[in-house]
Design a protein around this ligand. Structure first.
Ligand SMILES: [Zn+2]
Length: 339
């Protein structure tokens, strides 16, 4: 074991380090550092693999983001250099300086693993960004403290700082471009790509070409469709697309109403918006508006969905109209059934 020089002078430290290095290359430490780097690499890859899915595919990404195959080789090199640098610091034991360096190394390990967890498992790129900024500062502090213990060790961490800074830029871009204007809504709801889900509502609507009112319920946190419904008013006059989707969710035993976003090809009528409010659904996205439906000759009760929601105990429910408006409008235009 190298002796820890708590109060030694610089020259004593250098001698100590030289003696330590010559006496014991500490390959056991190198092996441990490599094992930790491999664990970080494997954990990051595993969390990324588990976290990919529809929610990720609907995100917008910057043009400067490298292709997916680049990440593993770069992380392998960066983490290998980290292992060698940490080995050099432990080997050139400088007492308190080395202890600080090892403390920073531990913090870096936690922050590195946490980022994948926050971004891919919790699906909160916004929180992951703050966490990544903390990692940037820790790596910068490591370059200084490692550099004090061994100049080479400090230099070996520069690719790590460059890479996490680049990752921070990508993460920052993703947050900036996937937020809608309402920043009070959690990121995992904001990441929903409205057009993707409206296309699904349109596909459902096409099941009834004579009344193409289709709706899908999307779970915001998981960004996946949990229920759907199409207008069947020829069987039951209250069976509008939205009502059918709500009943489909009930039939499946669903209870997470405030996690749901309802996508519908046409603005909810006052009956449906009433049902949406009673259900506690937090967000509505529609294609064609009630005035547009009336212009196309559809019978409608001329009350805007915002007014129905606005007169309830939940007046701030988010309602967004005009998503894929031309595709939805085309559905209703095609129908010539005297409505
Ligand atoms: Zn309705």
């Amino acid at each position: 074991m190298p002796s820890i020089s708590e109060s030694g002078t610089g020259s004593m430290d250098s001698d100590n380090a030289r003696n330590n290095t010559q006496a014991n290359p500490r390959y056991d430490v190198l092996a441990i550092c490599c094992a930790i780097s491999l664990t970080l690499l494997g954990l990051g890859g595993w969390l990324t693999y588990l976290g990919l899915g529809p929610w990720y595919e609907t995100l917008e990404f910057p043009s400067f983001q490298p292709p997916p195959w680049v990440f593993t080789p770069v992380w392998t090199v960066v983490l290998a250099l980290l292992a060698v640098a940490t080995w050099l610091v432990v080997r050139n034991d400088r007492g308190r300086q080395s202890n600080i360096a090892i403390g920073l190394y531990g913090a870096q390990c936690v922050l590195n693993a946490m980022w994948s967890l926050l971004f891919f498992t919790v699906r909160r790129p916004d929180i992951a960004l703050w966490e990544l900024l903390a990692l940037d500062f820790v790596v910068l502090a490591m370059i200084v403290t490692y550099g004090n213990a061994s100049r080479l060790a400090g230099l070996l961490l520069i690719p790590y700082l460059a890479w996490v800074s680049f990752a921070t830029a990508i993460n920052g871009w993703i947050v900036e471009h996937n937020y809608r204007t309402d920043r009070s809504t959690p990121m995992n709801l904001q990441c929903l790509n409205h057009e993707v889900h409206m296309r699904e509502a349109i596909a459902v609507a096409k099941q009834n070409p004579s009344a193409p009112f289709g709706a899908v319920l999307v779970h915001g946190g998981r960004n996946e469709i949990v229920a759907m419904g199409v207008n069947k008013s020829h069987l039951n006059p209250t069976w509008h697309g939205e009502i059918a989707a709500i009943n489909d969710y009930v039939d499946q035993g669903g209870t997470e109403w405030n996690e749901l976003v309802l996508y519908t090809t046409a603005e909810p009528c006052c009956m449906c918006q009433g049902a949406i409010t009673w259900a506690g659904i937090s967000e509505v996205v529609y294609g064609t508006s009630i005035p547009e439906l009336m212009q196309l000759g559809w019978k409608q009760i001329d009350v805007p969905s915002r007014e129905v929601a606005g007169r309830s105990w939940q007046p701030n429910v988010a309602i967004t109209g005009g998503i894929l408006a031309s595709e939805c409008g085309e559905l209703f235009q095609r129908v010539d059934n005297g409505k």
